[in-house]
Every structure is written in structure tokens, then in C-alpha cells.
Design a protein around this ligand. Structure first.
Ligand code: CDP
Length: 788
């Protein structure tokens, strides 16, 4: 059957067409969507209503008749330059525009170039595409069954939908521990696909300067340097050399992992600018962002725990099927196709562990990027924390006491886990004890018992998570071979003011404040006198960017190390000015003074001036330094969260009554920013626990492709967060700091899910998959004969 359809089919409408639409009137800012260039052209994308279909014909005639439409770009056009496919970060391949078939609903089919955003949208509506639908596979477990339709027919030797098998740990020791276990539990857990839904969608302006042969792209990317290298590798053959590419990430309205990948829109905008010689802008709308950008999670997990009767855990065994959509475009370090999922031993002292993951292709958008999490850590934490609760309940132990019995103890650090990680520092019992005191745990358990007698449903859930953030070390971590270090370059001007540039890129985390604080602390220059810059590849030193809470562990450390190099040179200059030996000088923030003669001193500003006017003979002028910091280890922030829920038996609604979060990210640079990170992270943990999910029907129609169905929490739904801290510094970070940006997103969902199951366990409920919607709970209650 050949169908003729317009792009509106399947909810892919481009209804924003009228110039007076208030959604296009924006305040002036420094976001891509705020930027305008003279003579700029606009790109809009025709998207597929089908999840799997052969493209029979693309008819651009009506679109080209729309006044202002200049061109309709297809895969065939890009194929002439071999730009219709591009590599993914996991060395798979992804279509820029299709030549033969589409692989998921909302996939890019063609692009319309026009003189305004509105005419581009009108052009998209006028493009007619004939499709021949193909069988659709949306369940990765079915995709792996023998006889399933093979999706990646472009890979000539591919005979199935299996992408890779990855396993870690000691299978024999683990199987033996299970064979000898006094108690074991097993549970299927599905962690559904979710989407980061940043306030700002993705977009770019590509500007090809044909006089200088230079390409500048302002784009919403979390990793500008890596993108520059990828562009040079992909388009080198058409003349785009790396020194002629400048990527600028201006202000970014949230990234959370979703702005790490290269999306087809960026590439088409670049190609269109090179072909026309004009600046070309592409900016997704909200539905395109939700439906077509890389997604997170989609893990089908079977987990098992083994323990002794006294509650001591002995082994963990996990098998997982990972749905990667039609291509493996995960943003993982290349050595770890399942990310850092093998942090799944969590905060507990296991002797044996084994984990296996199989990646599968399905008819969905590319996937496996993060949702504010360091490469599959949320999936790992959710699994171990849910399983710990199931085991505790099975043994009849209080979940807190069960955790205390199994925590890695402070004296065991640095701790080598059964899956090979070396945890740097931790005090898990300390954080849980503090959270229990803060929430009044014993009293809540008494209240729960009384309420249960009255038939009321109240639950208390704990999540005592371990994070793992700060990739590198470069010996284990690379993306497309690029080693995962990060950088800081500082220049002190003659008058003592400074500029510092970094290889990371803030998306709202406040790097401008915290990096300036680090440098101010290390150099004694007021923070207001230090200009912080990130995100311009022509000026910033090379770095791998900001995601996976790596900025503080890596670039923050680079700032400290670069500042210390500046201080070393400043000491030499001060000794020259004070006519003494460098060893006779004492540093205190802001000045060097002579030992025993505190009145003989030179301030950092005096020294900076001398560096350009009166530096010692034989020394190079200037006061600057750069550090490319390769961390010796990751950092392991952690926390204990306790959640109290009440469940409405009539509607199945779960109400989070209280939520106490005790976090530990080592030494804190800026407490207010850290609190902000935790509050936002908790909300982004609450969201997938109770609200957010993207699912598909059996023919690949997306459910959750707009904010009508994809339930991002507002202030109305969001609980009041009660936060607290402990402080266990990282022994290897120059400032004792650990990352924090993702801790709360990682730790929160399990606390909420555990609270819900805790409320329902006596009814025979062992597990509920997130999101725990009122409909799911209502059904569980009715199945057990519970009515209002
Ligand atoms: O990589 P990303 O910036 O997303 O995450 P991060 O390194 O965890 O930092 C998030 C924000 O919290 C940054 O502004 C950090 O400087 C700040 N932070 C802090 O003040 N103290 C810490 N120990 C960790 C982070």
C-alpha cells in the first residue's frame, strides 16, 4: 500500500504559521533563538508520520511554489556529498536525511529552506511524501526474538536487531553465591523512556563565511569542542577543516544530557549555509524536541539479590535489555556501551556481582542519552535501591536496619567494588542516620502501624544511593577516542584583573560564579575581578564539555591546578621584588609576605603588574597558566533520601507528604548553587517516579509527544523538599569536592517508589514500575479488593 500523506498526520503538525503569533515574540537574550543575523535564512523539517516506512516519493513542487521558500533538501541531495549518514558518538551510524526509508515516527524526511520561519513552516506543510509502511518493532525484547523483522537493512551483514552484548563481573562466583544463598529475591523492573524537556529546545545558526572559508555555528551544545572535532571528521572531505570551524555555545536553557548528541537539524543547517553562503537558522519546536531528540532510560531489567538469613547481602545478578531505538547514539564513554550501569552494587558491600546488558534496535528515535545522570547511573541506583527494599521486606527487616547491616563502612574506603570501581570516600550510615533523625523515622513507623490498623495507606521509602561522576580518568574514559580530561586557562592582566576560560559549558549551573570563587580562593583576586568564559572553541582551551556532573570534579580541579601554577610563578616574581628567596615567602590569599616580617609583602596585584613591567631577568613576561586536568579517579557523591507518601484508596493518587534529602558532595564551593542543584534534581527525580513517560503503541505512534501527555511537574505538583548535608571530602580532588548536579535525579525515584511499595506490601504488592500513576495504583488496589 502506498500512502500519500501530509506531515500533519500522526500529530506532527506545524501549526505555528502566523507572523503575529505571540510565541515568537521573545525578549532579547543570548540564547540561540534570540540571535539574528542579517540575511538569515530559516530551516524547518518535514517529519515522518510513520515509524517504519519506505519513502516512495518526495514531491516538493507545491512547497517550492510557496513565496519565500528557496529549497527543499532531501537525503538524495545530501548523498551527493556523502552527508546523508553521520556517525554517532557510539560509532554507529545515524541518518541525517533518509534516502530509502524512515525508522521512527517524527524522523527527519526533508528540510525546507526559506526566508522566514513562517514560510519555512508553510513549505513543510506543502511537501508531499509517499510512504510504503513496513512492519514496526517497538519492544526490544521482541526485536531480539528469532524471526523479528531486521530493522537496519542498511547494514549489509546484519541479520538481527542485536547491537551488542556487554557483561561485567565474576559470573562463576556470582552463580555460586546464588546457589548457596539462604534467601534470594528476583524482580523484573522496567525503567521507561523519558525525555529531558529542557526549557530551551535545540537549535543553531550556521554561518559560512566564504571569503575566509570559515564556518561559525552558534548551537545549543553541551560539548562544543567535541562537536567541532566531529564536524571536521564528518565534513573534512568537503573542505571543513577543524581550524576553520568555530562552535559557539551561547547561553543554554538546560541540557541534562539532551544537548550532547549531534542532531540532523544542525548538520542540514551547516550544509544549507555552505551551499547558499547565507546564515541559516534551525530551531526545533517543543513537539519535535519531545518526539525526535535522543531519549533516556528504556531499560528492561531482571535483577536478583542473594543474602543470608540475618540480612547480610552476598551477591547481585542483573540481566538487562536496553532499547537504543534505531541507532546506538548513546552519549556514553566508548569503553562502556551500557554506561556506568555497573555501579549497581550501590552503597553495599557485595562479595560477588555480575551484570549483563544487551542492546537492541527498535523503531524509535536514537537513544541512551542521559536524563540528568552520569551514563545509566539512575538505572543502576533504581535497581539496587528497589531490590534492597524488596529483600528487606522479604526478610521482615526494617529497610533502614537492612541498609545499616550492609553499607560499606567508612573505614573500608578507598573501597574496591565487586564490579571493579574504586569508591573514593563515603559515610553512608552517617547520611542515613541524619536523614532518619531529620524526618523522625521511628515516629513515622509508629504512625504507619496505627494508620494501617485503620486501613489507611501510608508508606516510608528510603534511597541510600551512591553516585559516580567526574569522567575521566582518561585511561578508562573517552568519547570517539577523545580522552576525557578537562581544562582551564587563566591570564592575569597587568592591573590584577583576570580572565579564565574553560573547556566545559554551563547550561544554568552557575559556573561563572563557582569557577570565579575557586580562582578567587586560590589566588586572592576578588571574584568580581575575574571574567569567566566557556563555550567558544576559538578561545577556550579544549575540553570535553559539561554533562554527567563532571564540571566540578574535572574542570573545577583544572581551575585549582592552573591557579596554583600561576601562584608558583607569582612567588618567583614576589621574591624578585622583595629581594629574598622564594622559600622565604609565605602565601596567604592575596599576598606573599616575608617569613617573620609580615609588613614586607607584595599583593597579587603588585605581582601581576611586575609580571609585565619588572619581571626577573631570564623569566618570560606575563602571568598565566593552563591545566588540562586528568582526574586520577571518579568522585563518588552519595546521599540518603527518605520519602513519606499517603495513598488515596479511592483514586490511587500518591501524595508525597514529606521528602528529606541528605546529600554529600564533599567540600562545597557554593552552598546556594548546590541547594539549587538538589532542588531541581529532586524535581527531576519526582517527575519520572510519578508522572513522566514516553511510550509507543504497537505501530510506533508516540504517546507523550506533547506537553498535553508528557507530564512535566509544575510548582503545583512538586513537593516541598527538605534538604540537609554531610561532608565527606574526596581524597583525590584538589579541593576535596565531588560533583552534585545529578545526585538528586539519581537518588529520588527509588525513594518514592519504595515508599509506595512500603504502603502496599501488606496487600501483596512487591513492585510497581515507574511512573506510578493513579491508574496503576488504582488497578492494584481493586485487584486486591481494596475500595475506598
Ligand atoms: O557538570 P555540572 O556543572 O553539571 O555539575 P557539577 O560539577 O556537579 O556542578 C554543578 C554546580 O554546583 C556548579 O556550579 C558547581 O560549581 C557547583 N558545585 C559546588 O558548588 N560544590 C560542589 N562540591 C559541587 C558542585
Amino acid at each position: 500500500m502506498a500512502l500519500r500523506t501530509s506531515p500533519e498526520v500522526g500529530g506532527m503538525g506545524h501549526s505555528i504559521k502566523r507572523k503575529e503569533d505571540p510565541r515568537f515574540i521573545r525578549g532579547k537574550g543570548n540564547y540561540v533563538d534570540d540571535l539574528q543575523l542579517p540575511g538569515m535564512l530559516y530551516l524547518d523539517i518535514v517529519r515522518s508520520p510513520f515509524a517504519h516506512a519506505t519513502i516512495k516519493k518526495i514531491d516538493a513542487a507545491k512547497a517550492l511554489a510557496v513565496p519565500g521558500v528557496l529549497a527543499v533538501i532531501t537525503g538524495q541531495d545530501l548523498a551527493k556529498y556523502n552527508l546523508h549518514w553521520m556517525p554517532t558518538l557510539m560509532s554507529d551510524t545515524q541518518m541525517v536525511l533518509p534516502v530509502e526509508k524512515v525508522m521512527y515516527q517524527a524522523q527527519e524526511v526533508a528540510a525546507v529552506l526559506a526566508t522566514s520561519r513562517y514560510t519555512a513552516a508553510d513549505g513543510v506543510a506543502a511537501v508531499e511524501v509517499e510512504y510504503e509502511p513496513l512492519p514496526v518493532v517497538v519492544d526490544p525484547r521482541k526485536a531480539l526474538e528469532p524471526g523479528a523483522p531486521v530493522l537496519r537493512t542498511d547494514k549489509k551483514d546484519k541479520k538481527d536487531n542485536h547491537i551488542w552484548h556487554w557483561e561485567w563481573g565474576d559470573r562463576t562466583a556470582t552463580d555460586q553465591a546464588f546457589a548457596e544463598a539462604q534467601v534470594s529475591v528476583k524482580q523484573d523492573i522496567y525503567i521507561p523512556r523519558i525525555h529531558v524537556a529542557s526549557i530551551e529546545t535545540c537549535g543553531c545558526i550556521a554561518q559560512w563565511d566564504k571569503v575566509n572559508g570559515k564556518l561559525t555555528v552558534w548551537m545549543t551544545t553541551q560539548a562544543p569542542h567535541a562537536i567541532r572535532t566531529v564536524f571536521a571528521l564528518v565534513a573534512g572531505h568537503v573542505g571543513l577543516a577543524e581550524h576553520k570551524i568555530r562552535i559557539i555555545s551561547p547561553d543554554i536553557g538546560g541540557g541534562f544530557g539532551g544537548k550532547v548528541p549531534v542532531y540532523p537539524g544542525y548538520v542540514i543547517a551547516v550544509a544549507a549555509s555552505v551551499l547558499t553562503g547565507k546564515p541559516v537558522k534551525w530551531m526545533e519546536d517543543r513537539m519535535e524536541n519531545l518526539q525526535a531528540d535522543s531519549f533516556a532510560r528504556d531499560y528492561h531489567i531482571t535483577a536478583e539479590l542473594a543474602a543470608k538469613k540475618d540480612g547480610r547481602l552476598t551477591a547481585i545478578r542483573i540481566k538487562t535489555v536496553a532499547d537504543h531505538g534505531y541507532t546506538d547514539a548513546a552519549a556514553n564513554p566508548s569503553k562502556f556501551p551500557a554506561g556506568l550501569f555497573h555501579i549497581c552494587t550501590g552503597s553495599y558491600d557485595f562479595k560477588a556481582a555480575h551484570v549483563e546488558v544487551d542492546g537492541a534496535y527498535t523503531n524509535k528515535p536514537p537513544g541512551g542519552i542521559a536524563y540528568r545522570c552520569s551514563f545509566r547511573v539512575t538505572e543502576a541506583v533504581h535497581t539496587i535501591e528497589r531490590m534492597a527494599d524488596i529483600m528487606a521486606h522479604e526478610l521482615g527487616m526494617d529497610p533502614a536496619e537492612f541498609r545499616f547491616a550492609n553499607f560499606i563502612k567508612p573505614e573500608q574506603f578507598p573501597y574496591k567494588s565487586a564490579l571493579g570501581w574504586e569508591y573514593d570516600s563515603g559515610n553512608y550510615a552517617g547520611a542515613l542516620r541524619k536523614a532518619m533523625d531529620r524526618i523522625g523515622y521511628a515516629e513515622l513507623r509508629r504512625e504507619q502501624a496505627l494508620k494501617r490498623e485503620r486501613g489507611l495507606l501510608m508508606g516510608i521509602g528510603i534511597s541510600s544511593f551512591t553516585e559516580i561522576v567526574g569522567a575521566g580518568p582518561s585511561k578508562h574514559f573517552d568519547i570517539l577516542g577523545l580522552k576525557m580530561f578537562d581544562s582551564c586557562e587563566i591570564r592575569i592582566h597587568p592591573t590584577g584583573k583576570a580572565i579564565a576560560r574553560f573547556g566545559t559549558k554551563s547550561q544554568g549551573q552557575g559556573h561563572e560564579t563557582t569557577y570565579a570563587q575557586i580562582l578567587a580562593e586560590e589566588l586572592g583576586i576578588p571574584a568580581a575581578d575575574i571574567q569567566i568564559e566557556e563555550g567558544d572553541t576559538d578561545t577556550a582551551p579544549y575540553g570535553l564539555g559539561t554533562y554527567a556532573s563532571r564540571s566540578t570534579p574535572v574542570a573545577g580541579a583544572a581551575a585549582a591546578v592552573a591557579a596554583r601554577k600561576v601562584r608558583d610563578k607569582a612567588r618567583q616574581i614576589a621574591a624578585h621584588l622583595l629581594e629574598c628567596s622564594p622559600d622565604d615567602l609565605v602565601w596567604e590569599p592575596g599576598k606573599f609576605s616575608v617569613k617573620g616580617a609580615p609588613n614586607r609583602f607584595k599583593t597579587i596585584q603588585d605581582i601581576a603588574f611586575a609580571a609585565y613591567t619588572n619581571h626577573p631577568a631570564g623569566m618570560e613576561a606575563g602571568l598565566e597558566a593552563v591545566s588540562y586536568y586528568d582526574p586520577p579517579n571518579l568522585t563518588y557523591p552519595f546521599g540518603s533520601y527518605i520519602c513519606v507518601v499517603d495513598i488515596d484508596k479511592g483514586t490511587g493518587e500518591v501524595k508525597v507528604r514529606r521528602f528529606v534529602a541528605v546529600d554529600d558532595c564533599g567540600n562545597i564551593i557554593n552552598p546556594m548553587i548546590v541547594d539549587g542543584q538538589i532542588h531541581g534534581g529532586l524535581t527531576m527525580g519526582f517527575a519520572p517516579a510519578l508522572l513522566e513517560e514516553i511510550s509507543y503503541d504497537e505501530i510506533g505512534n508516540i504517546q507523550g509527544g506533547s506537553f498535553i501527555d508528557y507530564l512535566v511537574p509544575t510548582a503545583v505538583e512538586t513537593p516541598k523538599w527538605e534538604t540537609d548535608k554531610t561532608c565527606t571530602p574526596s581524597p583525590h580532588h584538589p579541593l576535596g569536592a565531588k560533583g552534585v548536579g545529578e545526585s538528586a535525579t539519581v537518588g529520588a525515584p527509588a525513594a518514592i517508589a519504595n515508599a509506595v511499595v512500603d504502603a502496599l506490601w501488606h496487600l501483596g504488592v512487591r513492585h510497581v514500575d515507574i511512573p506510578i500513576t493513579p491508574a496503576k495504583v488504582w488497578k492494584l488496589l481493586r485487584e486486591r479488593g481494596v475500595t475506598e
